[in-house]
Design a protein around this ligand. Structure first.
Ligand SMILES: [Zn+2]
Length: 141
């Protein structure tokens, strides 16, 4: 199947230009280039051999090595075989930002509650500040 540049771009955006199996960086211009740094292919998360479709929901970027290793296996199997312990695809840039905001808000609320327990408005302000710091530095998986 031939993909347009817009489709390739949309597929890369889903995982912030990373292989969905090993999370290594891939590059738009190196699509289909075996051996190139960041060379990648479009992987059918559910293999076509197992009824997977050419639908955007089923298409993810995979680096050459991973795509070859994956063969007709499912994404779950391929990620387990990769042995890095990650069961999910990398988040898109948009999702990463959303996650960061959620963490900051969540940590801020916890901080405010803790601060409130520590005593009154000054404690709440301190707690909120701590929460924001914790939230800001929270790891995004
Ligand atoms: Zn990979």
């Amino acid at each position: 199947m031939k993909y347009t540049i817009d489709q390739k771009r949309a597929i890369l955006q889903k995982t912030a230009s990373r292989c969905h199996i090993c999370w290594s960086r891939v590059y738009l211009k190196n699509h289909g280039l075996r051996g190139a740094r960041g060379g990648w292919e479009i992987d059918h998360s559910r293999p076509r051999a197992k009824g997977g479709r050419d639908h955007m929901n089923n298409l993810l970027a995979a680096c050459w090595g991973c795509n070859v290793d994956k063969g007709a296996a499912t994404t779950r199997t391929a990620r387990r075989r990769a042995g890095h312990g990650r069961t999910k695809a990398p988040l898109s840039k948009v999702k990463q930002t959303e996650r960061r905001v959620e963490n900051a808000v969540g940590a801020g609320l916890i901080g405010a509650v803790l601060g409130g327990l520590l005593g009154g408005p000054p404690g709440a302000a301190l707690g909120t500040g701590l929460g924001a710091i914790l939230g800001g530095s929270a790891e995004v998986e």
